[in-house]
Structure formats: C-alpha cells, structure tokens
Write a protein of this length. Structure first.
Length: 317
C-alpha cells in the first residue's frame, strides 16, 4: 500500500516538473485517429459510389441482355419462316409455268387445232360408243332367247358367254364414253369463252410477276426469277449468320452481366466491411481518444495552475 502511494506521488512529481510529452503524444495519437476515421469515411463514401455504380452497370447489362434476347428471338422467327420465303420463289416458278401453259392452249384455240382435236376425239369416242352399244344390244337379244329356253347354236352361245362375262365393263364403258362426248361437246362450244379466260388469266399473271420482279416484259421474267432466288438464298444465309452472331452477343452480354453482379457483390461486401470497421472499431477508438483528450486537457490545466500557485507562493515568501 505504501509502495502504491509512493508510485502515485512519484508520478505526480514527474508531471509537476513539466513532463507533459505523454499528453502531447496522446494529442498526436488522437489527431491520427481522427485522420484515420476521416479516411475510412472517405473510403466508405467511395465504396458506396462503386456499389451504386456496379448496380447501375448490372441493371444496364440486364436490359441489354433482354434486348439482345428479343432480337435473337425475332431473328429465329424470321429464320424459321425462311422456308415460306423459299416457297414464294416456287410460287413464281408456278405462275410462270402456268403462263406458258395458258399460251399453248390459247394458241391452239386461235389456230383451230384445239377445235379439230376435240372434234376428232368426239368422232373416235362416238365410234367406240356405237361399238359398245352394238355389243350390248347383241347381248340383250341373245339373253332373251336363252331366258326363253331357246338352245343357241355353238357359235352364238360362245358369243353370248363372252358378252355375258364382259357386260359390266361394256355398261361402264358406255357410260364413260357418253360423259366424255358430252364434256367434249361442251368444251367445243365454250372455246371462245375459254380463250377469253386464258387471256385474262395471263394478264393477271403478268401483273403479279411484273410487280414482284420489277420487269416490264415476260421475256425478262426467267432471269428475274433466278436473280430473286439467288437473293433469297443470300438473305437466308445472312439471316442464319446474323442469328448466330446475335446468339454470341447474348451469351457475351450474359457473361458480362454475371461479372457485373459478382463485382457488385464484392463492392457491397467492401462497403459493409468498411461500415463495420468504422462502427465497431474506428468510432469507438475515436470516442476513447476524445475522453482521453478531455482528461488530458484537465490534467494539463491542473499542472499549469499548480505551477502558477507554487510560483506565487515563492514570491510571497
């Protein structure tokens, strides 16, 4: 106990002699801690800006990924419909071929060959029809005799049996020839109307082909169709390449977005760590040094007052 009092007395005597350097060091330490806290606050502010920036970047990249996906989906839809574009070129071929077929028919009507062909067909069909009608009549006559119990001569019996075996085909042939002759006669009478219809059909085909292929003569249509097909092939190939590039862009943007999210996570962890360091470490240390500075100031004032009092006492003596 006596030793503790002696140590306290020695410390007071040491302070009284003006050994205030320890308080100066405390002041310097306090200043350094304040500077450290200011620096940490600046780091916190900076990390918050980085954190906010990484959020913005991640969101913008997310928008870019969504936009790129929409472009990719759109290109995929177009690419999937490329078969329809190819079918369109087939339609052009079909129209051109139909135009040529119409011209062949129209020429045959105008030069009379179609009429002659129909008349010959009607004549030949009429001969075949008459032959079948004769066979059917012979069968019916022989059948009446057989049904009446008449014994036919061997030659007539052979004819009857042959006709009997083929009567269904004979009746069918008669029906077909009758219809064919009727249709041919109808076509023969409608040749002028058919010619007008063929002319109108070709005029429509010309209008369509001229509009699509940007030509003014049917002579230029074949080469224009070939050019159209080549352009379609180039377009289809280009769309495929563009879709591949869009897919790569989307994948690249997705990877960038993943990287930005990771960067944001890291920046967020840094921000939280600096705040924790400031709240649990630097701020507490600052509070402690503030209290030390307060007591240090009081002790300095006390020492100064003691010195002044001692000097005053000595002067009075």
């Amino acid at each position: 106990m006596a030793s503790s009092k002696q140590n306290l007395h020695s410390f007071k005597l040491w302070l009284f002699k003006g050994n205030l350097s320890i308080f100066n060091k405390l002041d310097n330490m306090s200043s350094s801690i304040n500077s450290l806290q200011d620096g940490v606050k600046q780091l916190i502010d900076g990390s918050k800006q980085i954190n906010d920036g990484t959020i913005l970047i991640a969101n913008k990249l997310g928008d870019a990924v969504d936009g790129s996906k929409k472009i990719t989906d759109g290109l995929s839809t177009i690419n999937n419909n490329s078969s329809s574009i190819s079918n369109f070129s087939v339609l052009l071929d079909t129209l051109y071929n139909k135009y040529n077929e119409n011209n062949v028919l129209l020429n045959s009507i105008q030069d009379g060959s179609a009429q002659a062909q129909l008349e010959n067909g009607i004549s030949e069909a009429t001969e075949q029809l008459n032959d079948l009608m004769t066979k059917k009549s012979a069968y019916e006559q022989l059948k009446q005799l057989v049904d009446a119990g008449v014994t036919l001569p061997e030659e007539q019996l052979a004819i009857y049996n042959q006709l009997s075996n083929n009567i269904d085909q004979i009746n069918s042939g008669i029906e077909q020839y009758q219809k064919g002759i009727e249709n041919a006669q109808t076509q023969l009478g409608s040749l002028p109307t058919s010619a007008a219809a063929l002319i109108g059909s070709n005029q429509t085909i010309e209008t369509i082909l001229f509009s699509i292929l940007n030509v003014d003569s049917m002579d230029n249509v074949p080469s224009a169709i070939e050019n159209f097909k080549a352009n379609i092939n180039n377009l289809t190939s280009g769309l495929s390449q563009l879709q591949d590039g869009s897919n790569e862009l989307t994948n690249g943007l997705s990877q960038l977005q993943d990287g930005a999210n990771s960067l944001h996570d890291g920046a967020n962890s840094l921000y939280d760590g600096l705040n924790k360091l400031n709240d649990e470490g630097i701020s507490k240390l600052t509070n402690i040094t503030s209290k030390i500075n307060l007591y240090s100031g009081k002790i300095k004032s006390l020492i100064k007052s003691s010195k002044e009092y001692k000097g005053y006492s000595c002067n009075n003596a």
